[in-house]
Structures are given as C-alpha cells and as structure tokens.
Design a protein around this ligand. Structure first.
Ligand SMILES: NC(=O)c1ccc[n+]([C@@H]2O[C@H](COP(=O)([O-])OP(=O)(O)OC[C@H]3O[C@@H](n4cnc5c(N)ncnc54)[C@H](O)[C@@H]3O)[C@@H](O)[C@H]2O)c1
Length: 385
C-alpha cells in the first residue's frame, strides 16, 4: 500500500469478495488482465494500471482562474481522481458547484480562505496543482510577476507543509524557475521537503515543441506522434528543446531548427500578444498541466516507464548530481524525469547534444542560476514564514 494513499473500501482485498454490488466476474477481470497497451485514444482520461483502486484526492489552488477552471474540468473528468478540492481566493465554490453536475465519479468541493478553507482543501491531499497567482500582461517584467507570485506561492507552500506534507506538488505559477525554489525552501524550513515529490510543470514547452515541429515537418503530421525532450528551465532562453533527439527523428535545416527553437522559447509571448491584455496561455496550459498530473498519478498507481520532462531539485533525485555536474552546477533543472510510485524515480542523462544545443545550454545557465538564487533568497533572506 502506498504511503499517504487510501484504498477504496470496496476494493480492499478483504472486502471485494463480499460486496454485493461488485460482480465476481468483474473482479476476476480487474485482477488478472494485464494493463492494456496505451493508445492515442486513451492518452487522456484513461487509467490503464493494476492499482486503480488507490483513492486519490487532488487539489487545485487558483482553481477559479484562467488555467484553474479548465484544469479542474479535466481533473474532474479523470478516472484517476476520486476527490477534487478547489481552492481560490474568489469563486471556487461556484466553479465547484458547476463541475459537480458533471457525470463523472470524482466528488468536487470548493474552498475559500474563510473558515480555514486552505486547510480543509489540503487535508488528505495526495496531489496539489498550483496555478495560483497573476499571469503576465503586456509591459509586465518577470520581476513584477515574481514579486507578486513568489509571496503567493510561499504562503501556499506553508499550507502544504502544515496540512499535506506527503503530497505531490506541481507548480505552474510563474516564474517557475524561481517559484519552485521558493516552495523547496519553505518545505525545508518545515523539515518536510521531499524532492522527489516537487515538480515545476514545464510540459507546455514539451507540448509546444511537438506541435510546432509537426507543423514544419510534413502536412497532416500528428503532433502526438512526436516526443521531443525540452530541458533547462521554463522561461525564454532557459528553455532548450532538443530537436536533435526528436522521436521520430526529423530532418531540419539549421534555419528551421533556429526558428523552431525560438518559437518554443517564446511561444508564451504569441499568446500574451494575441490575448492583448487578457492574460497568458490558459487552455493549452490546462491541457499540459493535466497531462503532467495524469503522468504522475499513473506512475503512482503502478504504471512503469513513464518519462516526462520536469523542473526538479537535482540533489534530491537519483541521477540529478550527474546532470548538475554535466551542465555546470545548478540545483534546479528540467530534465527527463522517470516517474515512479514515489514521484521522480530518477532523472535520465541528457544524451548527446548538437553543437547548437550546447550553445543554447551555455546561454541558459547564467539566467537559470540567477532565477534559482532569486527564489532561494526570497525565502532564506527576505520573507517571514
Ligand atoms: N507553467 C506554465 O507553463 C504556465 C503557463 C501559463 C501561465 N502560467 C502561470 O500560471 C499562473 C496562473 O495563470 P492564469 O492565467 O490562470 O491567471 P488568472 O489570474 O486567470 O488565475 C489565477 C487565479 O489564482 C487565484 N489566486 C491569486 N492569489 C491566490 C492565493 N493566494 N490563493 C489561491 N488562489 C489565488 C486568483 O484568484 C485567480 O483565480 C500565472 O502565474 C501564470 O504566469 C504558467
């Protein structure tokens, strides 16, 4: 039995044979068939695993926002989740009431700051996804964003440390390069830091890399067929798509490589500009956030071999020290993370980088180091817990 997870009472081995509502034949099928091979159609909303009886409580913080609402909808649709708690400083009860009418198994509750709402949302949580904060608007510097969101994320991390220290934490709030170190430092201060369970969600970069690459390769290519590692960090030049490692491999000119790289690095700006003051990527981010949450939960429930790029604390993940050495000493980095029952099982080596990708890495490191330091100092020097 996995730590922190409850088993559904009627699928407990002792109970399943006597519950009147579960036919024997179904139990036989559930316990003996191997998990089906993943297909494109079950990419979302599927639960192909042998431990699907583990109960999961998921929490979305910032659930009433542009990302939070569609992300909560996707989580509500997921068979991987039993309880869904939505927390926000506004309108979370409305979003919860709306979602609760959807005919899917997860129960939904809404929580506001009043009546210790953060505590009630987080208590018993197995996975917490955080898209809380302000999005980037035209004219806003990353520094402006950091000042607001770092404080929000710090306070939320304190709530997690106090109420659900075992939970998997998925940070979406930007700037991820700095907000993930903020969360790590808060958890360290509370002596509950579990590096394998803390992730900065960089999946949108991975999703964009597949989509944009499919667009330039051949007409009608399906973006879901492309797996392209994206490493480094999660802003501008710190985002490094490894097009040389694309599967299937792609034959691109240097001009195409540079165009694609730039588009993945600054894809967020396309959306900010097109929304013209109404915020940043929300729907594609909700898709990406769900995709990563789904990967974490599938691994927790027993599916093996799931690898997703994510921004993690290198010294706390097996294989992380080797990555830190190879890239020149950073504590946080997005690499190819193999997921397991306890979160980040290991981080895979970066593989062979092209000369162009090595240059991108050199250009990324000073900024990434500065971003990390900013997040760490915010907690260690600047702020009260
Ligand atoms: N990781 C990524 O790839 C990625 C992509 C896009 C956006 N983002 C980031 O995600 C965050 C949210 O973006 P959005 O477009 O949904 O913004 P939004 O303003 O639409 O929603 C944010 C929500 O957070 C809530 N909130 C604010 N302070 C809170 C607190 N202390 N506790 C709980 N909830 C709180 C707000 O009430 C709001 O509902 C931003 O920081 C944005 O930059 C990340």
């Amino acid at each position: 039995m996995l730590r922190g997870f409850r088993r559904h009472r009627w699928t407990h081995p002792a109970a399943r044979w006597c519950h009147p509502a579960i036919p024997r034949k179904r139990i036989y099928l559930r316990t003996t068939l191997p998990p089906p091979t993943p297909t494109r159609t079950n990419f979302l909303f599927s639960s192909n695993n042998v431990h699907s009886s583990i109960m999961v409580k998921a929490v979305v913080i910032g659930a009433a926002g542009g990302i939070g609402q569609p992300l909560s909808l996707l989580l509500k649709m997921s068979p991987l989740i039993d309880d869904l708690a939505l927390y926000d400083v506004v309108n979370s009860k409305g979003v919860a009431a709306d979602l609760s009418h959807i005919a899917s198994p997860a129960t939904v509750t809404g929580h506001l700051p009043a009546d210790d709402g953060l505590k009630s949302a987080l208590t018993g949580a197995n996975i917490v996804v955080i898209p809380a904060g302000v999005p980037r608007k035209p004219g806003m510097t990353r520094d402006d964003l950091f000042k607001i969101n770092a404080g929000i994320v710090r306070d939320l991390a304190t709530g997690i440390a106090q109420n659900c220290p075992e939970a998997f934490i998925l940070v979406i709030s930007n700037p991820v390069n700095s907000t993930v170190p903020v969360v790590a430092e808060v958890l360290k201060k509370h002596n509950v830091f579990k590096p394998k369970r803390l992730f900065g969600v960089t999946t949108l970069d991975v999703v964009r890399a597949s989509t944009f690459t499919a667009e330039v390769t051949s007409e009608g290519a399906d973006p879901r067929e492309f797996t392209i590692p994206v490493i480094g960090g999660h802003s501008g030049v710190t985002i490094i798509p490894l097009l040389s490692q694309s599967k299937p491999s792609v034959n691109l000119s240097q001009e195409q490589i540079e165009h694609l790289t730039n588009r993945v690095q600054f894809g967020g700006d396309e959306v900010v500009k097109a929304k013209d003051g109404a915020g940043s990527a929300t729907l594609s981010m909700a898709f990406a956030g769900y995709k990563f949450a789904e990967a974490v939960l599938k691994a927790v429930k027993g599916e093996s071999g799931i690898v997703e790029p994510s921004y993690v604390y290198l010294p706390g993940v097996p294989g992380g020290d080797e990555i830190a050495q190879s890239v020149g000493g950073v504590d946080f980095f997005s690499g190819l993370v193999e997921l397991g029952a306890d979160g980040a099982k290991k981080i895979r080596p970066l593989g062979n980088l092209s000369d162009y990708e090595k240059k991108l890495l050199d250009a990324a490191l000073p900024e990434l180091k500065g971003n990390i330091q900013k997040g760490v100092s915010f907690v260690t020097e600047g702020s009260k817990l």
